[in-house]
Design a binder for this molecule. Sequence first.
Ligand SMILES: Cc1cc2nc3c(=O)[nH]c(=O)nc-3n(C[C@H](O)[C@H](O)[C@H](O)COP(=O)(O)OP(=O)(O)OC[C@H]3O[C@@H](n4cnc5c(N)ncnc54)[C@H](O)[C@@H]3O)c2cc1C
Length: 380
Amino acid sequence: MEHAAGREPMSADVETIVVGAGVVGLAVARALSLAGHETMVLEQHELIGSETSSRNSEVIHAGIYYPPGSLRARLCVRGKHLLYAFCAENGVAHARCGKLLVATDESQLFRLAAIRETAMQNGVMDLEPLAAKAARALEPEVACVAALLSPSTGIIDSHGLMLALAGHIEACGGLVVLRCPVERLERRQNGGFRLVTGGDSRGAVSCRRLVLSAGLNATRLGRTLALGAGYRPPETYYAKGQYYALSGRSPFKRHIYPIPDGAWLGLHATIDVGGRCKFGPDLAWIPAIDYGFEAQKLGQFLDFIRRYYPGLEVARLHPDYTGIRPKLYRAGEPACDFAIHGPEAHGQNDLVALYGIESPGLTAALAIGEMVVGLLARQG
Ligand SMILES: Cc1cc2nc3c(=O)[nH]c(=O)nc-3n(C[C@H](O)[C@H](O)[C@H](O)COP(=O)(O)OP(=O)(O)OC[C@H]3O[C@@H](n4cnc5c(N)ncnc54)[C@H](O)[C@@H]3O)c2cc1C
């Protein structure tokens, strides 16, 4: 690494650098390390997974909703299988708790049927339609006219997962470097890339292959690299979601999801690995990253949740946290797929850039890792 402030330049050129130690960057780096790459992960914060990867629902999604054939559908279904196996092998806390997708009014019944059809096209064959009575036999606190049971939906300790991934990277001889913000990317004349770094790691480091997995910051960073005419990294827009935690015993054993509204899955109830219940996330488009909690939304949360959980007591709800989805479309526009840009997209050898890795990115992380290894292998 070339160091600033006139210190002796240190040779730290590595084969492959991954920028970003969220769950996706770590899963990609693990897959690269296992495939024999000398791998280094650069993370701007002092802890791994401090952004979106620690501000989500932690649900292992079954792959029910996404358009058949899309990356989100394929990587979710593949990622789910990989994730359950990884958790079992590595002692990561998780549970295949299942979820109920509930119709709270007759007008939503056709949506349940359509969602089941989409799920089957995605290879999710285990959804079970339930009449109201059968749904209430499973979850007595739920109000609904019918439901779909998804047995393969689960919950995971996302921090435990990221620690396990970092452990694998280091066991393969890779490195996760913290407090290392990458400020700018350059193409080197003799091939590969030069990354200008700031903070405690002020200087530069070079690599042969580069993976950008910078989450909310992916577009800003990707655009510092001068690429050929005709290619521009997609714009990232921000959509915040906030959660309320429910104190005391969870009223449910499974996650409870309403019928989605477009790309928004609705305010759902999730049960974490410790058995606690929370509600969220809502969806609010915001112009800049801002994790502030908006307490004035409590009334909207109550109205929404009581449609499927009429027994909700307001005194048990407490502000929890917020997270921000990196979206590749604006409010009102059709939802976009994940953008995983290899050479066919930008014409650069040895570069894979990940944009718009919103939900189900946690579930899909291990499958995204496999895909990135494949893209870099094809580049030789
Ligand atoms: C509200 C919400 C709920 C969700 N619920 C679920 C769910 O239940 N199930 C599911 O499967 N998915 C869910 N997701 C999606 C999932 O959380 C994300 O897809 C996943 O965490 C993305 O991981 P990532 O590594 O791409 O991004 P991040 O976790 O944001 O990681 C990117 C990393 O890059 C680092 N970085 C950025 N710029 C630089 C730089 N210049 N230099 C160095 N480091 C940099 C950041 O600090 C960060 O650590 C949800 C998302 C949200 C917002």
